[in-house]
Design a binder for this molecule. Structure first.
Ligand SMILES: Nc1ncnc2c1ncn2[C@@H]1O[C@H](COP(=O)(O)OP(=O)(O)OP(=O)(O)O)[C@@H](O)[C@H]1O
Ligand SMILES: [Mg+2]
Length: 468
């Protein structure tokens, strides 16, 4: 389809390259060549002027020595031969009707020549200075230089040198023809070059377009032409990277949905099973009570799972609103820790709160900080054996507030430590769904802070750092 589009990239580039060459050719033809012609004419006239100035004294000398007409004719002819110009000696007559010129001697013909323009000679006679210009003659356009010859201070004669300009014209025509031929070849090359370059560019662009279309359609196996390292190659690299990124996101999204639905299905099936069992008429009261307790537990688990999933999706969509306010983080730590008194009791554990200062002030969203602390303390009790000691500490340091939850439980293996923040990751048999730390880290990042784990056998510390 790119081929049939009238304004395809290929057509545009070809037109561009041909137009540039054409403009250059026209500029040479209509601007450079006329200038060349006028400067050649000028040069020729200047050279003729120098010749005329150099040779006129030879004629003037003979006149002064009163040479006879024949001697003068011979001298005029010899000067003409040596200068390659037609030389005409004119007599200046101060007549009743002003200055008049009469032909005295001419290197080409007899004295009655009428083909020569005498305007330049007249100017020289009137002004008493060397004059030059263009005139007409039988042989076509000629360049003329007239040199006045003085006799007792007054201009008595004028030596007129005429040289044909036809060769300049010829040279210029020749140059123009050569330019046209070179320009024609240049145009052909531009057409061919423009066509070839733009065809290869257009092909690569089409390949990119095809690949992008494939990716847009959800197929992440597109092959982008990344071989060349020019701008299009870089674009291809960028699209390829984008494709891999999208493929990763897509597979993460799929596995998230698969795990989430699995996690939701398990308690629902379990509830269904227990409800069926409870329909049995012969069930004794004690067993029924146990079943009710289990169903209630599963409902609670479902409820927590639903809340966690909602939290996580809100966090990832960036739609969770933070309400920062000046908060005493120390007091907050104490309050959250106190909530765990019943759980500690059940777990037979002790929890110590260590605060470096009485008040630790920070501007943060207290609800969200409490949520992270709850997740961490809950883990320290859920994933450790009965009787494990837990320490919750808070310090203000270097413009940041650091909250840490440590326990001397079994620790987390190096491989597991790298994955604990992934959604649904669990590495032990505890009944959690693996969303706690994923939510906690998202929350920390939303608060411009960070959440890190430091674990060794027999020791685990999660620290939350927040800007203060
Ligand atoms: N203090 C800890 N000591 C040992 N292992 C831990 C500790 N905290 C977390 N873990 C490990 O990290 C995993 C992920 O924790 P996370 O809080 O994300 O999920 P969960 O506790 O399993 O489930 P949920 O919190 O969603 O109910 C846990 O399954 C556990 O294996
Ligand atoms: Mg947890």
């Amino acid at each position: 389809m790119g081929l049939t589009r009238p304004r395809s990239l290929r057509a545009q580039l070809t037109i561009l390259s041909v137009s540039v060459t054409l403009v250059a050719l026209l500029a040479v033809l209509f601007y450079v060549t006329p200038q060349l012609e006028s400067s050649l004419r000028d040069q020729k006239l200047r050279a003729l002027t120098e010749t005329a100035r150099a040779f006129t004294p030879q004629i003037a000398d003979l006149l002064r020595r009163d040479g006879n007409d024949n001697a003068i004719d011979t001298r005029v002819s010899s000067v003409s031969d040596r200068t390659n110009a037609r030389v005409t000696l004119l007599l200046v007559i101060d007549g009743t009707e002003g200055l008049e010129l009469a032909i005295f001697s001419d290197s080409y013909t007899d004295n009655r020549i009428t083909d020569l323009d005498l305007d330049v000679a007249e100017v020289a006679a009137r002004r008493g200075r060397v004059a030059r210009g263009l005139g007409a003659s039988r042989a076509g356009e000629v360049g003329q230089v007239a040199v006045p010859i003085r006799d007792d201070g007054t201009v008595s004669r004028v030596a007129l040198f005429s040289a044909p300009m036809a060769d300049v014209q010829g040279n210029v025509t020749l140059i123009r023809r050569e330019i046209l031929i070179a320009g024609g070849i240049g145009l052909l090359l531009a057409l061919l070059g423009g066509f070839l370059v733009s065809r290869s560019l257009a092909r690569r662009v089409r390949a990119l377009e095809r690949g992008a279309g494939q990716v847009a359609g959800g197929d992440f196996t597109a092959v982008f032409p990344t071989a060349k390292n020019d701008e299009l190659g870089q674009l291809a690299h960028a699209l390829d990277d984008m494709q891999h990124q999208l493929a990763r996101l897509e597979s993460a999204r799929r596995s998230f949905i698969a795990t989430a639905s699995h996690e939701l299905r398990t308690p629902i099936f379990s509830i269904g099973g227990f409800l069926e069992l409870m329909e049995d008429e012969d069930l004794d009261e004690e067993t029924r009570r146990q079943f009710v307790a289990t169903v209630r537990e599963q409902v609670a688990r479902l409820g927590k799972l639903a809340t966690d999933l909602l939290d996580l999706s809100r966090l990832e969509a960036g739609s969770l609103e933070l309400r920062p306010e000046p908060t005493d983080v120390g007091a907050l730590t104490r309050a959250v820790s106190a909530e765990f008194a019943p759980a500690l009791d059940k777990h037979d554990s002790t929890l110590a709160v260590r605060l470096r200062d009485e008040r630790i002030e920070a501007v943060c969203d207290p609800e969200r900080v409490a949520q992270v602390l709850r997740i961490l303390i809950d883990n320290a009790l859920t994933h450790t054996p009965v009787g494990t000691g837990v320490v919750v500490s808070a310090v203000r340091d270097n413009g940041a507030v650091r909250l840490a939850v440590s326990d001397d439980g079994p620790g987390i293996s190096h491989a597991a430590a790298e994955r604990v923040f992934e959604p649904f990751f669990t590495s032990d048999d505890a009944q959690g769904s693996g969303l706690g730390l994923a939510i906690a880290r998202e929350l920390a990042e939303r608060m411009q802070g960070s959440l890190e784990v430091d674990a060794a056998p027999g020791h685990t510390t999660f620290s939350l750092e927040l800007p203060a």
